[in-house]
Design a protein around this ligand. Sequence first.
Ligand SMILES: C[S@@+](CC[C@H](N)C(=O)[O-])C[C@H]1O[C@@H](n2cnc3c(N)ncnc32)[C@H](O)[C@@H]1O
Length: 227
Amino acid sequence: MNEMHPVITVTDDGSHSLFNPELNECYHSKFGAITESEHIFIKCGLLKVSETRSQINILEIGFGTGLNALLTLRATMHSKKIHFTAVELYPIDKQIVKSLNYCDSWDLESYTDYFLTMHQSAWEMDFKVTDNFTLNKIEIDLCNYQPPVNSFDLIYFDAFSPNVQPELWTTAIFQKLYNSLNENGILVTYCAKGIVKQALRDAGFIVKRLTGPPGKRHIISAEKVKM
Ligand SMILES: C[S@@+](CC[C@H](N)C(=O)[O-])C[C@H]1O[C@@H](n2cnc3c(N)ncnc32)[C@H](O)[C@@H]1O
């Protein structure tokens, strides 16, 4: 898989997602891209770690459309300092970015420039999107990425599903992500399959099953707890 040619689709809440024909996979839930991201990554991830931190270091696996970064910026705009690192192997095309409808509605209208800036910013370096939000995008295969240890408070694990990319959902991958988290840091992901929970446990995480967004019974929050 050397190239990806995703196409825009409309999900049930009206927000766009991308469909990847090479993998026959969607970037988000068909029941609502914004609804899903808000529930899993913002409500169950960001708001949880926000309870005890004013400065939050986030790692996202799979930057894709940038939707999670955008919703994170909005949720923390006037309250937290965010350093957002995003790993992505297949950055999406500029024309697709411009066509995504996230800032047309959902109270995101005033975020258009920030959203475009996030996509246009250079890779492999810190870029200040606002005084409080710094983005660092890294173009690399997660399998080859060596995250810094004890560095992140929160990981958005938003890779394609284990059905199509099983190599990204292994104990070895979760082990290096576990090591990259600070104490009491958490990893959130949409996939609650048994093999994923087991791989997370084998890597040292304490795994919790939480209620999912529409169309999904459960999601996972996995914590690095001090032994
Ligand atoms: C389910 S999509 C989610 C993307 C993003 N979080 C969003 O909201 O649009 C998975 C993302 O992982 C990226 N990806 C696929 N294989 C990868 C790999 N080996 N290393 C890093 N990123 C990868 C894809 O290109 C895609 O952007």
